[in-house]
Design a protein around this ligand. Structure first.
Ligand code: HEC
Ligand code: HEC
Length: 403
């Protein structure tokens, strides 16, 4: 695993472009981000792209419990999550929060990857390329050379100019930024599930079983305590509070410390609560893919502590949350209703992708990235060259440093 990232935030260099240039620059970032996302030439050996483990038909998750790497026989230990709404996951933070009874607690939240080890999406997209269990490139120069040999090389060079194109660190930096812009696209945040219709006031949007499920979700199941139904400042429900918890999910062998790798003992076995949007399409479940179906997930929440044999050992029993789950006393019918509810969380545009269509088509009326740029967790990325006219955030290259 890569410990130090090539880029965090760096030097400032003003770029002046007209309004027209601004738009086309963002569009080019998105287009190149998509090319990179699909490019199987950016792995060693070649053959693997982001899309190999993040399948559009599975809401950009991986239907396998763990993904296979570019090198035959290598796997990671975690289940690849959906990329839907990933651009809206808040940056990693230690926040003071107010609970329902008004008391103040400090808690970790946000960050990318199941354990939040990437502060934000920009840090995240840099890692798969160099992870030995994933795309396995040897370093920035390797990535830069492959980009220079790609089918979209000419467009990329025209976008960033010759000097940056010839500089490995500048070139790869722009590739990472392009991926981030791509993942912010409206098709990744359509908010066109039936739960959105329901929460927007259409009471007919849910079936009677789903309505009963929603009652359990808000009530006895306590689900909505962590999988929020409230809208955010500008989005409908994301169905997560992005907080961390150890649910005590079944072990898959080697212990996985999760957040504990970052914060020590109290975080052992804790993972970030995922959004439940499109969860029907993203099985198997939990950070390690250890639970196969939604029916089993619900049974696990309901009876974990009453059926210890069934669920087997967990990696860090000492930090398991025993207050909010494990013996919920739900009836079989309530468990079934919760499962039914999950299909109301599926975005129509994702589910109804036509065969032969590469990506879901965002419904009309979804705000553009430009219109909402200040509301993305990485809003300082307006400093991105895709928004020229503002100071750029590009790292200083060796030759520039020498000047
Ligand atoms: C070999 C399979 C594989 C490939 C290739 C791959 N990923 Fe992933 N991706 C994963 C897995 C597994 C995780 C979860 C890892 C973890 O939490 O440690 C993940 C996590 C992510 C996340 C975090 C989502 C979240 O909810 O925190 C994003 C974003 C992401 N990948 C984007 C990409 C992009 C962009 C690429 C291409 C540059 C890519 N992935 C290539 C398997 C893959
Ligand atoms: C205390 C917070 C909390 C509560 C309460 C809670 N969850 Fe979760 N949920 C999480 C966390 C954290 C994870 C990820 C755990 C992991 O991967 O190890 C998760 C994972 C899931 C998953 C798997 C998603 C995926 O993509 O793998 C589903 C489904 C789910 N929860 C549904 C529910 C339902 C339904 C309820 C109510 C019965 C509920 N949750 C209650 C925090 C919570």
């Amino acid at each position: 695993m890569l410990c130090s990232l090539p880029f965090r935030v760096a030097a400032v260099e003003p770029v002046k472009v007209t309004d027209e240039g601004r738009v086309s620059s963002l569009q080019m970032a998105v287009k190149l981000g998509q090319e990179i996302f699909l490019d199987t030439g950016l792995s060693r050996p070649v053959g693997q792209a982001c899309v190999s483990c993040h399948l559009p038909s599975a809401a950009f998750a991986d239907p396998r419990p763990v993904s296979l790497g570019a090198i035959k026989g290598r796997t990671g230990r975690r289940n690849a999550p959906s990329l839907m709404y990933a651009a809206l996951i808040p940056s990693f933070a230690y926040e003071d929060l107010f609970t329902k009874d008004g008391s103040e607690v400090y808690a970790y939240e946000g960050g990318l990857f199941h354990d939040g080890r990437a502060r934000d999406l920009f840090e995240q997209v840099q890692q798969p390329f160099f992870d030995h269990n994933e795309m396995n490139l040897s370093g920035l120069a390797d990535l830069a050379n492959r980009l220079r040999a790609s089918a979209y090389a000419a467009e990329f060079e025209a976008w960033i100019g010759k000097e940056r194109w010839n500089d490995d660190s500048q070139l790869t930096y722009h590739a990472f930024r392009a991926l981030v812009e791509f993942l912010k696209e409206p098709m990744f945040r359509p908010f066109d599930a039936r739960i959105d219709d329901y929460l927007a006031g259409n009471k007919e949007a849910l079936s009677t079983a789903e309505l009963r499920g929603l009652e359990v979700f808000r009530g006895g199941g306590k689900c909505a305590d962590c999988h929020f139904l409230e809208p955010t400042v500008w989005t409908p429900a994301l169905l997560s509070d992005f907080g961390y918890d150890n649910l005590g999910v079944p072990s898959r062998g080697e212990k996985d410390p999760g957040l504990g790798a970052k914060i020590g003992a109290e975080g052992m076995g804790q993972f970030r609560a995922p959004s439940l949007r499109n969860v029907e399409l993203t099985g198997p479940y939990m950070h390690n893919g250890s639970i196969a179906t939604l029916q089993e997930v619900m049974e696990f929440y309901n009876r974990r502590d009453l059926e210890t044999e069934r669920w087997g050992s967990t990696d860090y029993p000492e930090t398991v949350n025993r207050e909010d789950m494990g013996k919920l006393n739900l009836t079989d019918q309530q468990v079934k209703d919760l499962v039914a509810l999950m299909s109301a969380f599926t975005d129509r545009s994702v589910k109804e992708q036509k065969s032969g269509q590469r990506f879901p088509k965002a419904p009309v009326g979804i705000p553009s990235t430009t219109a909402k740029r200040l509301y993305f967790p990485d809003w300082t990325h307006r400093l991105h060259p895709a928004y020229p006219g503002l100071p750029d955030e590009v790292p200083v290259s060796k030759s520039e440093r020498a000047k």
